[in-house]
Design a protein around this ligand. Structure first.
Ligand code: GAL
Length: 821
């Protein structure tokens, strides 16, 4: 082992990072594909007639187009994601390309991709979440005639525990290189030392030589500050044998580094220039952050400071857009989570999009990058377990090779709730093997895995194979684990799993398992048997400061897994359709549209310090006059006073006045929990308004008021950004509210809203966050749910204006204009 590697392996884990390589010469290959959604013979052949096939651009998720149907598994979203999909693309290659190396890269293809070029089979890749590339140089026609790439995808029924999407849902690239070039994901930039005054950066770059001669090349690494100023440059000359590769390893120092941190996510650009005989043969860009990470059994340290993970688990879909990757959709998702106080994301349970990781770098979010939901032992009949033996090592290593330059990633997860936990004899061996692969590709980050059993994986030595054991849903066990395994570092890798439907309240408050409405009350109490209100996790985290924090299940609602509805595997053969039309998750702190549920504010009250106050429920309880309504307040103020129509209902002090919650999750004996995290009142209903005033240090600093809304009268539109890019990809999210004449949200309104668009954009999708709605995401109309719905607009490549007009019977219509540039 060389000195560098030893350095990496030291228990102080420090690194810097950059993005997956981007080069000016890479050609985005997303445009002008043809698509056919069924099995068809000979579709790989050049002469195949595809003129009748549908024309489309990527990213594309065929399943999100619907329709929802009870014949599809609600567990996977009730959408037609399984079956065969063929994609073909015709393209010409410049004759001057002959002699170069041409590769095609798929950032992800769902699922089981088989790829042909000009009728020649060039390879396959089963795992839908992993990126891969093929060298296609020798299969291409360079005479100016047509080349055809054909891709067959075959997602299977009963292959996923959630909605996976289907199709070429991430970007495709054509990469044309000189025979001498930087390998795919060919740079590995780490920072063995980062202090306030000095960053030592090491850059290992792999140079491939596809030529038949041994050569010498000069490899130069230039580092640019966040402001774009060249801060340092180093170079060396290395030899690369014919048809082989060599690694350049160059250290450099950066004085007074602008460190990457969650508050100051500074990023440096690294430009790698490869020169052969005085000619530049490749230029490769990477983006890195200079930061140190370190963990002990008592905590996680970023740049030497103890940080707790205020994290959320996120699935990859973006609601109405399905699995198709839009940078803005990922960005908005993360911005909403940041507003809640989130500082970390767990990419449950698979490698995420490149865009998501780039955005986490830019926004200062720490990431647990997770590889698998299953190894060899099955969870669902057609799951990844079928492929694990053949592909597990490659998929895990490729995830790390792709992702290891991202400063945001602070740990790798080798799996979630892996069934091998039960395998006393061999489970730990598989964990050890996977852990070793991680260390081989990136010894600078700790490893983790999510364990939902207690005490099996701790006793059978499986949890000890990773650096940081992830504990799923066992807050009452944190102290047992500490007592029995005092050296083990742990994190709450999946917590709470509380469920709710935005804006829905069922009275009186009761702790039911399911409700006839197929919704879940937003009093933030209800979940499946293993779940518990957020308050309980807050409490046990406080009691066990050695736990590194938590990752809430989940930040956003997602498609599929409509727990507590749907059924259980053993009663339904894996089909969760017993409570159709429930087909999407209730776990999110925000709904599928990204509209906050009440729980969002409970986390915000715990995770943020800027004064905030939130009040629930709504105040439209006609017929309940004189009956007691529970009113909850989530705030980070010291105390709060509630007023009903101006009359004080008393002041409640945080930490002193407790709210009793019914709980009945596994192994929690008391059956009630007295929460200091929420304030509450029981007040007799009278229409009018409720107001809560928050006090800090005796001063009234926050206030929230809810009025009894009158009849729906008008539509109110607001947009997340009034100026977007005219790049054909950027999105504007328009929130639609049904209001009474005074501008109050009508909390039960379900009016049908129809949309029309004028100008340089299109209506991409609509949604309302209702987990039971079977309306299409791709329609030009949507019913409101709890008074709200969403329209997502996409720009075109023309600058100008997009105007959205929203109409509904008997309501005053509304319009909004978005500029694109
Ligand atoms: C966990 C699992 C997640 C999700 C969650 C729902 O056990 O890891 O993927 O299913 O339960 O509560």
């Amino acid at each position: 082992m060389n000195k560098t590697k030893k350095l990496f392996l030291s228990c102080i884990l420090i690194l810097g990072i950059f993005n997956s390589g981007a080069r000016a010469q890479d050609i985005n290959f997303n445009d002008a594909w043809k698509f056919y959604n069924a099995e068809v013979e000979d579709a790989e052949k050049v002469a195949f007639n595809d003129t009748e096939w549908r024309h489309l651009d990527l990213p594309h998720d065929w399943a999100i187009e619907g329709p929802f149907d009870v014949k599809y598994n609600a567990r996977a979203g009730g959408l037609p994601f399984h079956g065969t999909g063929w994609y073909r693309k015709h393209f010409k290659i410049d004759p001057n390309t002959k002699g170069k190396v041409v590769r095609i890269e798929f950032e992800g293809a769902m699922y089981d991709a088989h790829v042909w070029i000009n009728g020649q089979f060039i390879g396959n890749r089963p795992y839908g979440y992993i990126g891969f590339e093929f060298d296609i140089s020798k299969y291409l026609k360079y005479d100016g005639s047509d080349n055809v790439i054909a891709v067959r995808l075959k997602p299977e029924d009963l292959s996923s525990r959630w909605y996976p999407g289907a199709g070429l849902y991430r970007s495709v690239w054509l990469k044309i290189d000189n025979p001498v070039h930087v390998r795919q994901w060919g740079t590995y930039i780490t920072t063995p030392t980062v202090t306030k005054t000095l960053a030592v950066v090491q850059n290992e770059t792999v140079i491939e030589n596809k030529g038949n001669n041994d050569i010498k090349v000069n490899v130069k690494q230039e580092y640019f500050s966040p402001e774009g100023k060249l801060v340092t440059s180093v170079d060396e000359t290395i030899s690369v044998s014919a048809n082989a590769s060599s690694t350049s390893a160059l250290f450099c120092n950066i004085d007074n580094p602008q460190r990457w941190d969650t508050d100051t996510p500074n990023l440096y650009d690294v430009v790698t220039t490869v020169t052969q005989n005085g000619n530049v043969v490749d230029t490769y860009k990477s983006r890195i952050g200079l930061r140190s990470i370190r963990y002990t059994k008592d905590g996680f340290f970023l740049n030497g400071k103890l940080v707790r993970f205020n994290g959320v688990c996120l699935h990859h879909d973006n609601g109405a857009l399905g699995a198709a990757v839009y940078r803005r959709a990922d960005e908005r998702k993360l911005q909403i989570m940041k507003r809640m106080g989130v500082n970390a994301i767990r990419t449950s349970h698979n490698p995420p999009s490149r865009e998501l990781l780039e955005l986490c770098d830019e926004l200062g979010l720490m990431v647990q990058d997770e590889a698998f939901d299953v190894w060899k032992m099955q969870k669902v009949p057609n799951g990844y377990n079928k492929y694990f033996d053949a592909w597990g090592e490659r998929d895990l290593k490729d995830m790390i090779l792709r992702d290891r330059n991202h400063p945001s990633i602070v740990m790798w997860s080798i799996g979630n709730e892996i069934i091998e936990q039960k395998d006393k004899r061999n489970g730990w061996k598989v964990a050890k093997r996977l852990n070793d692969y991680c260390k081989e590709i990136d010894p600078t980050r700790p490893t983790s895995a999510g364990f939902n059993h207690y005490s099996g994986p701790y006793d059978n030595n499986m949890a000890q194979q990773v650096d940081i054991a992830g504990v799923n849903y066992k807050p009452t066990r944190y102290s047992n684990i500490r007592n029995k395994y005092p050296e083990l570092a742990i994190v709450g890798s999946e917590t709470s799993s509380c469920t709710s439907s935005r804006g829905v309240y069922h009275l009186p408050i009761e702790k039911y398992k399911t409700h006839a409405s197929k919704h879940v009350t937003s009093y933030d109490l209800i979940g499946p048997v293993w779940a518990y209100p957020p308050d309980i996790e807050f409490h046990f985290q406080e009691q066990n400061p050695h736990v590194m924090g938590e990752f809430v299940w989940t930040g956003f609602d997602y498609l599929g897994e409509p727990t507590p509805y749907g059924g259980r595997d053993n009663s339904t053969n894996g089909y969760w359709n017993d409570d159709w039309p429930s087909h999407s998750s209730y776990f999110g702190t925000v709904d599928l549209c990204g509209f906050p549920k009440d729980r969002f504010y409970l986390y915000q009250s715990q995770w943020t310090t800027k004064p905030m106050i939130h009040l629930l429920p709504h105040w439209n309880w006609k017929g309940m006059e004189g009956k007691n309504i529970p009113v909850y307040c989530y705030t980070n103020c010291d105390s709060a006073e509630l007023f009903v129509n101006g009359k004080s209902m008393g002041r409640r002090v945080k930490g002193k006045d407790l709210t009793e919650l019914k709980v009945d999750f596994l192994r929690y004996e008391p059956k009630t929990f007295k929460s200091k995290y929420r304030l509450s009142w029981e007040v007799p209903y009278e229409s009018g308004n409720i107001k809560v005033v928050g006090y800090k240090d005796g001063k009234a600093i926050q206030e929230k008021q809810i009025f009894t809304a009158g009849k729906p009268a008008k539509i109110n539109l607001s947009v997340d950004r009034s100026m977007i890019k005219s790049d054909g990809e950027d999105l504007a999210y328009v929130t639609v509210r049904i209001e009474d004449k005074n501008g109050n949200l009508c909390p039960d309104a379900d009016n049908l809203v129809s949309f029309s668009v004028k100008g340089v954009g299109e209506l991409l999708a609509v949604d309302n966050g209702n987990q039971t709605s079977l309306e299409s995401f791709q329609a030009d109309h949507r019913k409101a749910f709890s008074g709200m719905c969403l329209a997502i607009l996409k720009s075109s490549e023309k600058s100008g204006e997009i105007k959205l007009i929203a109409k509904s019977k008997k309501l005053k219509s509304s319009q909004i204009t978005i500029q694109t540039k």
